[in-house]
Design a protein around this ligand. Structure first.
Ligand code: ADP
Ligand code: ASP
Ligand code: MG
Length: 409
């Protein structure tokens, strides 16, 4: 059957010439099967990391327009190489940058959002038998400047193109066999999931499962575009991420995510009066710092402690804002702890079951893992713990909820 499929390949999948040849074989096979294929690529291997490192050698806080101009170059290399490899196989591979196609974003350099994707040109190319090979991770703003979509952003390019082209599926090829119950590099008993709902994948990605960029899942969920996560190394069905339907099992816990790149900040001695939380968090968000877990303690003597977590790269800037604020409040202490990790258990079945939190806390207690903060949502429970306990926490929770077993738990 003639299907239009968007195939996105991540950095490890195109890390060297040999890998690019392997990806060309995979694309060629799909074309031979009668599909119309559009390819989206990440930069080769760790080249984006290298470009970021280089920019920081010149300026630790580089101008973000120039940062985007630099880090977007990685993808230009991989797309041209794959187009060459496809041509070697008598397939009309043709590389395009986001700029050439018109992938329009807002102007938030280094973390821009896609606004719309022009498809006229791609459609013309496809109808001429071309396999477009498109740079992931980048777009252009209304000033005509190059923007980038945040780390892992090629996933979002893949989904946005699939939506705009009304593809039947967006396939995200990576270096593991699909989405697992937890990061398979952290626990070897992690089990490959056949299906995950958008709702669960949103929580898993936002809580640290970097296998899919959060925005890609948000975009796919908004437009009901199924995503299949697959390995570019091993054949297999991978994991299908789609809307929940009646036939799907509803496990209490579907997966465990972890983040070890956040820092916890506490402002002590905050006056316990209306509006104070807004007063603290306002300047933090105005500085473009994203806040995660927020906890305000019960007050004693009309003052309270206010704690929240941010990405550790933002900890110094957030601390400076809190110090300034603490002076205006009369000098409460500001504490920063970067030695933390956040572990989250996620599952749709949690809605209908009581006692999940206590089971989680008991499993952690049995391992002598101390909980520093707790937050919950309808289908997720997160705890902040010491960073060196992260792996033990994942293992004990995976075991406690029997996630290595196929059956509903
Ligand atoms: P790519 O370069 O292909 O985009 P990423 O490094 O962004 O790949 O994402 C793939 C990685 O995500 C895997 O190598 C794995 O370590 C990690 N990962 C984290 N959580 C999960 C999970 N639940 N299932 C699968 N992989 C996960
Ligand atoms: N190359 C970019 C990064 O490393 C985008 C991506 O891989 O998705 O973040
Ligand atoms: Mg990625």
């Amino acid at each position: 059957m003639n299907k239009l499929i968007v195939k996105k390949f991540g950095g490890t999948s195109v890390a060297n010439a040999e890998r690019i040849e392997a990806v060309a074989d995979l694309v060629a096979k799909s074309v031979e099967d009668g599909n119309e294929v559009v390819v989206v690529l990440s930069a080769m291997g760790k080249s984006t990391d290298d470009l970021i490192k280089l920019s920081k050698e010149i300026n630790p806080n580089p101008d973000l327009r120039e940062y985007d101009a630099l880090v977007s170059t990685g993808e230009q290399i991989s797309v041209a190489l794959l187009a060459m490899a496809l041509q070697k196989r008598n397939i009309k591979g043709k590389s395009f940058t986001a700029y050439q196609l018109g992938i329009r974003t807002n102007s938030m350099h280094s973390r821009a959002r896609i606004l719309d994707v022009q498809v006229k040109k791609i459609k013309e190319e496809i109808s001429n038998g071309v396999v477009p090979v498109i740079t992931g991770f980048q777009g252009m703003n209304d000033e005509g400047d190059i923007t980038t979509l945040g780390r892992g952003g090629s996933d979002t390019t893949g989904v946005a193109l699939a939506v705009a082209l009304e593809a039947s599926e967006c396939q995200i090829y990576t270096d593991v066999d699909g989405v697992f119950t937890t990061d398979p590099r952290l626990y070897d008993k992690a089990r490959l999931l056949k299906k995950v709902t958008f709702e669960e994948m949103l929580e898993l990605s936002s809580m640290g499962a970097k296998v899919l960029q959060l925005r890609a899942v948000e975009y796919a969920s908004k437009y009901q575009m199924p995503i299949r996560v697959l390995s570019s190394f091993n054949a297999g069905e991978g994991t299908l991420i789609e809307e929940e339907d009646e036939s799907m099992e509803r496990p209490i816990v579907s997966g465990i995510s972890s983040i070890d790149s956040e820092a916890k900040l506490t402002l002590r001695g905050v006056p316990d009066i209306p509006g104070v939380a807004a007063k603290i968090l306002g300047p933090i968000s105005e500085a473009g710092i994203e806040i995660d877990v927020i906890v305000q303690n019960i007050s004693a003597e009309n003052t309270t402690d206010f704690t929240f977590t941010v990405n550790e790269d933002d900890a110094v800037a957030a601390e400076a804002i809190l110090l300034e604020m603490s002076n205006s409040f009369g000098g409460g202490l500001v504490e920063v702890d970067s030695d933390i990790a956040k572990i989250s258990i996620v599952g749709r079945g949690m809605r209908a079951h009581a006692g999940i939190a206590s089971k989680m806390f008991e499993a952690l207690a049995n391992e002598q893992i101390n909980i520093l903060l707790i937050t919950t949502s309808e289908i997720k429970i997160s705890v902040v713990i010491k960073r060196d306990s992260m792996k033990d926490a994942i293992v004990c929770l995976h075991d406690a909820f029997d996630l290595d077993k196929e059956l509903d738990n």
